[in-house]
Design a protein. Structure first.
Length: 251
């Protein structure tokens, strides 16, 4: 697989109506940062089957997408994610995954019936993800789409295990940042010449004494990052525009 592009899908009407506070976004961004990666996109959506299917299908359009999906894999009527994953990525059916069924029955005994055992109904070709808290299995598809419980205590160790497998060693991302006492439009021409493989962004800030702009340049190519950043330094120094270098981070 080429360089993975990571997405988070957080499913839960209770987050959107503020009955609960999301804890997944911060965790995933920090876990990815520790591996030298960032999120390409994050979505928080309600427990609506049509919207869940459309969102998963949209993310799957990216051939390099890796999805961490949280919530909706239980056995209650508002748990739609297993069916939606099948509709978006498979044929829409939910055959019984015999290994998952055995895990659930071993854990719950007669209490597995008639409802909890439904969690063993998974999309075709699903592979199980170990749940370190209560052993109730989560699942993945194609080693790219990972469907986990909404409970952070269960899902976050799963994310760590997945990332350790996908990215066994940290990859470096070289970033340089400055803040200059000017408006961001002065840098448009330089930004338009940013080479492929380098990202450049500007963040304007308005203070009582005038404008500031934070310029950030990054790349996995250390030389390319330094060379691109130098264009901004040369520009500022030629025009005697004050600036401050911020801490450089090799992510």
């Amino acid at each position: 697989m080429s360089e993975p592009r990571f997405f988070a899908l957080i499913i839960g009407t209770e987050i959107l109506n503020r009955r609960r506070v999301d804890k997944h976004f911060d965790f995933v961004t920090q876990a990815l940062e520790a591996k030298g990666h960032t999120l390409r996109g994050s979505f928080i959506i309600e427990d609506d089957p049509e919207l869940i299917v459309r969102t998963i299908a949209f993310i799957a359009l990216d051939p390099h997408a890796v999805l961490f999906c949280f919530g909706g894999i239980g056995s209650t009527p508002d748990d739609h994610t297993r069916k939606c994953a099948s509709l978006a990525l498979r044929d829409g059916t939910l055959p019984v995954h015999e290994e998952a069924k055995q895990i659930i029955v071993d854990k719950l005994g007669d209490n597995a019936y008639p409802y909890s055992v439904r969690m063993a109904e998974l999309p075709q070709g699903a592979k199980l993800l170990h749940n370190p808290i209560n052993n109730m299995p989560a699942f993945s598809l194609d080693e790219r789409f990972y469907f986990m419980p909404g409970f952070p205590q269960m899902s976050h160790p799963m994310v760590d295990a997945i990332l350790d497998k996908l990215i066994p060693t940290k990859t470096h991302y070289y970033r340089h940042t400055l803040t200059a006492a000017c408006k961001e439009n002065l840098f448009i021409e330089i930004m338009e010449q940013t080479p492929e493989g380098v990202d450049a962004s500007s963040l304007p800030k308005l203070y009582p004494d005038g404008w500031r702009v934070s310029i950030s340049v990054g790349s996995r190519d250390e030389h390319a990052a330094e060379k691109s950043f130098q264009h901004y330094l040369d520009f500022l120094e030629a025009r005697q525009i004050p600036y401050v270098l911020e801490d450089e981070s090799n992510q």
